[in-house]
Design a protein around this ligand. Structure first.
Ligand code: ZN
Length: 506
């Protein structure tokens, strides 16, 4: 094998990968369309199209020709001549191909069918608040995922097999330590700041505003943060989401609630945070293995950083309260920065994760992680899940669901077989605080910049240290390189303590 051989093979790898990435882009756009503009009657036809596309992608990933190319490129003499990005490209492609090859096609089909039925059953069971109707479906999905874990392979918990997909390199053993520490430190903070006697008044932001005005305000905020509407757009959907088609076309959605500004505003900021990441992925590596996001946790760190750490800061309201007052004459005249800041940071233990505040949110995730861990360790049966859930809610947050709709049926994830997904939300919160603390150390007084409407210095820092990396680093390496220390809960806990002490003293 000489140098020209591996160069040709590398070119062929990129060319094959481009086709796979293009099919993934088409899939992404069809998903976006399904949640926004597709007529109701399109569901069945669309499911068939998506299923066919998934099949084509899988067959391209598992093609013998691709395996041969990777074998050629895996040769040590070839590897020695490659530069870092070329070697990383080969390693990431090999990783994706290996994972795609491990699952037996029959199991993939069984899982697709079972999760599709389970999602429909979950929606109905949630409407009726009846776990019994969903339990057999969940048991079936769990059983298939347990078999999938065996086929993928794992060393510690079977759950590790899926965690490695969402958050490469992360294990259940690591997460157990992390959540134990986090829960121990969050519990007294929640007890202190979640006390009804200390509760902040939310009325300064819970006011009716026409949808068009809510949209205009949210777009102004997203634009100021740096979301590029020439390479992205905002539409309505039942549940807000961000879908990157590629770095030049990033779709975010929102839903306005007439009586309260907060869900639309913070929903748009959250999705714009995801969108900024997608728009900042390295364009030169579009359609290659490097050009994607590093992990779900890193993705969530970007949405949470802009939503909570920037969007719920005092300096944010210094910048944007006057614009809100100008946009809705008379509606917010009695509100000052302090009142808006407090209203954006209410702490209230609640039953629903997606509505939870920054302090209680990770307790919702800890609960789900422990249930998943116990299911996969054989310590918990599916049928006992509602009782385990309700007991844990009472233990963590001091409140108990009165029905399954507000308990173990609230999230769609398990019906989709997405076990191991929830912890990435908490990892995102922790990464966000650590990244922002590092950015503050390097850039200086970010609060003065935010108050003056200058968000570019922060975005540029994130572009350099997170977005432009793409998938070159695993999450732990990325955070370590960006902040000078491995991921830790400390910056997040410091951030929460400092914020809530100040709010309480105010
Ligand atoms: Zn998110």
């Amino acid at each position: 094998l000489d140098a020209s051989d591996w160069r040709a093979a590398h070119g062929e790898l990129i060319s094959r990968w481009s086709e796979i990435a293009d099919l993934a882009s088409a899939t992404a756009l069809l998903h976006w369309d399904q949640e926004t503009y597709m007529p109701r009657g399109g569901i069945e036809g669309r499911a068939a199209v998506l299923s066919s596309l998934a099949g084509v992608i899988h067959s391209k990933l598992t093609a013998p020709e691709l395996a041969d190319l990777l074998a050629t490129l895996g040769d040590s003499r070839a590897a020695a001549e490659m530069d870092d990005d070329e070697r990383t490209t080969v390693a990431l492609a090999q990783r994706d191909v290996t994972r795609a090859t491990r699952l037996e096609p029959a199991l993939v089909r069984e899982l697709a069918a079972a999760t599709s039925l389970a999602q429909a059953a979950w929606a109905k069971a949630r409407d009726e608040s009846s776990f019994e109707a969903f339990a057999p479906h969940l048991a079936r999905v769990f059983e298939l995922k347990r078999r999938a874990a065996d086929q993928i392979g794992f060393e510690g918990s079977p759950l590790d097999a899926f965690l490695d997909d969402y958050e490469p390199g992360t294990t259940v053993a690591q997460l157990e330590t992390l959540f134990d520490g986090l829960v121990a430190e969050l519990a007294p903070l929640v007890a202190r700041y979640g006390d009804p006697a200390r509760r902040h008044d939310v009325s300064p932001l819970r006011r009716s505003l026409p949808e068009s005005a809510q949209r205009e305000f949210a777009v102004a905020v997203a634009t100021a943060f740096g979301f590029d509407f020439d390479r992205g757009r905002l539409d309505r959907s039942a549940h807000p989401f961000c879908q990157g088609v590629h770095d030049g076309d990033v779709r975010i959605t929102f839903r306005a609630a007439g009586e309260d500004l907060r869900p639309a505003l913070y929903g748009v900021i959250h999705e714009a945070g995801h969108g900024l990441y997608e728009q900042g992925l390295p364009a030169a590596f579009r359609r290659t293995p490097i050009g994607d996001a590093a992990s779900l946790g890193i993705h969530e760190s970007q949405s949470r950083l802009w939503e909570n750490m920037v969007g719920r800061s005092e300096s944010f309201w210094r910048c944007f309260l006057p614009r809100l007052q100008a946009l809705a004459p008379g509606r917010f005249d009695d509100v000052d920065v302090r009142a808006a800041h407090r209203a954006a940071n209410e702490v209230r233990p609640s039953l629903i994760r997606v509505e939870a505040d920054e302090l209680t949110y990770n307790l919702h995730v800890a609960l789900r992680f422990r249930i998943e861990r116990d299911l996969f360790a054989g310590r918990l049966e599916v049928r006992d899940l509602p009782a385990a859930w309700n007991d844990a809610m009472e233990h963590f947050l001091g409140i108990r669901p009165t029905d399954d709709r507000e308990g173990c049926l609230q999230d769609i994830h398990w019906s989709m077989g997405a076990f191991g997904y929830f912890p990435t939300y908490t990892l995102g919160n922790l990464y966000a605080a650590q990244l922002l603390a590092a950015a503050r150390r390097e850039i200086g007084d970010l609060d003065a910049a935010f108050a003056a409407g200058e968000f570019r210095p922060l975005l540029d820092w994130l572009r350099r240290n997170v977005h432009a990396i793409g998938r070159r680093h695993k999450p732990t390496e990325l955070i370590t390189a960006a902040t000078g220390a491995p991921p830790s809960a400390r910056p997040f806990l410091d951030y929460l303590r400092e914020k809530h002490e100040r709010l309480a003293a105010d």
